[in-house]
Design a protein around this ligand. Structure first.
Ligand SMILES: Cc1cc2nc3c(=O)[nH]c(=O)nc-3n(C[C@H](O)[C@H](O)[C@H](O)COP(=O)(O)OP(=O)(O)OC[C@H]3O[C@@H](n4cnc5c(N)ncnc54)[C@H](O)[C@@H]3O)c2cc1C
Length: 393
């Protein structure tokens, strides 16, 4: 008989979860099994994000889950991580949607916004009545956002914003864009500031990026800001310098550490199930030593990544998580999931390239995850600097 999920994790990591966390895990997993898994292959093929899911996700309490007040759930970091892990077992695009709404945009407003901004946006974002996106990357500034060209110039009491942001998740479906722009402000933290730009502002437009071979069930857009005027009250008052944008990214990277484990589990379970039923040379694939070697290597990478995620959550909850810890988790767990997806695909043979099975979809998605939120290489440089004291950027 195929093993159940419990047996897939050779270290039984979920045995340390509280009853509350198990309830959360099972409710998000149930949602993924009921609403996502039966449809995701066709949505992926069609290149479609299903907007009806927004209310379901809000009802699960996932938007702003860790925020205190303003419609947030006040949950522990680990609980949020577990929810993202279960969502990404469905599809990385689903987890990306939540990461952008919750970790990047809501957290950005929560950490750096005024009381008015928090009251204006957070409750309706928590309920899914408003959607947000996070505009940092530009056509000529990805890994090095300090090179951004988007600028904001003060015009009386307003700011005029001009520039282009690209690869922006949820860009065309958002009500508000958290846009990072260069200003002429000169203090020790540099001139980059964050602005909450309503997407119906004059001069704002978003065009979806088509022909993607990865993250097809997620919306990715290019945003143009042509002379967009916003009042000073739309600037995040506490966001001074690039470090503010980077601390939003740290929140999202933490979620990715868990999410990658979910994608990996989906691939590993599929490979184990398939190997039990597929016969080659009159034997189940699972009975072959070479298949078992693949499965054991995948399961080891998977459980190790699960441990890393749990440890990071403990560090985060005790206020000890550093950017280098998060870099370690993002780099390790996404690389592990990517390797597991590729190996699972090979276990399925030709069926491995069919969207009827999840590994090829996860494998393609994980290429994006490997690149966004700090590329694998950039996190290598962060850790290299931590170990040696030399910056090799
Ligand atoms: C599906 C998807 C969704 C995204 N969503 C968002 C979003 O919502 N908001 C947003 O702002 N951005 C988003 N991004 C953009 C993403 O964050 C950037 O793609 C990422 O930061 C890398 O930038 P780049 O693509 O310009 O690559 P580049 O910076 O051009 O890098 C190209 C290659 O060079 C390597 N490299 C760069 N610098 C160095 C160095 N010093 N030493 C060695 N190697 C180096 C990189 O690791 C990479 O392999 C998204 C991207 C994707 C694919």
């Amino acid at each position: 008989m195929p093993p159940n999920t419990q047996d897939t994790d050779l270290l039984d990591i979920d045995d340390i979860l509280s009853e509350e966390e198990i309830l959360l895990r099972d409710s998000v997993r149930g949602f993924v099994e009921d609403k996502i898994l039966p449809n995701i292959a066709s949505w992926y093929e069609a290149g479609r994000f299903e907007l009806d899911l927004v209310k379901d996700l809000a009802n699960l309490g996932i938007f702003g889950m860790t925020l205190d007040g303003y419609g947030g759930g006040g949950a522990r970091a680990r609980a949020y991580g577990i929810a993202l892990r279960e969502l990404e077992a469905g599809d990385s695009g689903l987890r990306s949607f939540v990461s952008v709404q919750s970790s990047l945009t809501m957290n950005g407003i929560y950490m750096f916004g005024s009381e008015e901004q928090k009251n204006e946006w957070l409750p309706k974002m928590a309920s899914g009545d408003a959607l947000g996106c996070f505009g940092l990357t530009e056509p000529d500034a990805g890994s090095n956002p300090a090179a951004m060209k988007t600028n904001a110039v003060q015009k009386g009491g307003d700011w005029e914003i001009n520039g282009v942001k690209t690869w922006i998740t949820n860009g065309s479906i958002s009500d508000v864009a958290l846009v990072w722009a260069q200003t002429e402000e000169t203090n020790s933290t540099g001139g980059i500031r964050g602005f909450l730009v309503p997407t119906d502002s004059k001069g704002f437009s978003a065009t979806d990026i088509s022909e993607k071979a990865s993250m097809r069930a997620s919306i990715t857009s290019e945003i143009s800001l042509n002379g967009v005027l916003v009042p000073d009250e739309f600037r995040l008052p506490e966001a001074t310098g690039l470090k503010a944008a980077l601390s939003c990214l740290s929140e999202a990277r933490f979620g990715i550490c868990f999410g990658a484990v979910g994608a990996a589990r989906s691939c590993l379970e599929t490979a184990i199930d398939y190997s039990q039923t597929r016969e080659v040379f009159a034997k189940p694939l699972a009975a072959l030593a070479l298949t078992q070697d693949k499965l054991v290597n995948m399961a080891t990478l998977y459980s190790n990544a699960g441990l890393v995620a749990m440890h990071l959550a403990a560090l985060k909850e005790s206020g000890k998580a550093t950017p280098a810890h998060i870099s370690y988790g993002k780099r390790n767990n996404v690389a592990a999931a990517r390797e597991i997806a590729r190996e699972a695909r090979s276990v399925l043979g030709a069926n491995g390239i069919s969207l009827a099975y999840p590994p090829i979809r996860h494998m393609a998605n994980l290429e994006s995850v490997y690149t966004y939120e700090g590329t694998h290489e950039i996190h290598t440089l962060v850790l290299g600097q931590k170990l040696t004291g030399h910056s090799a950027f």
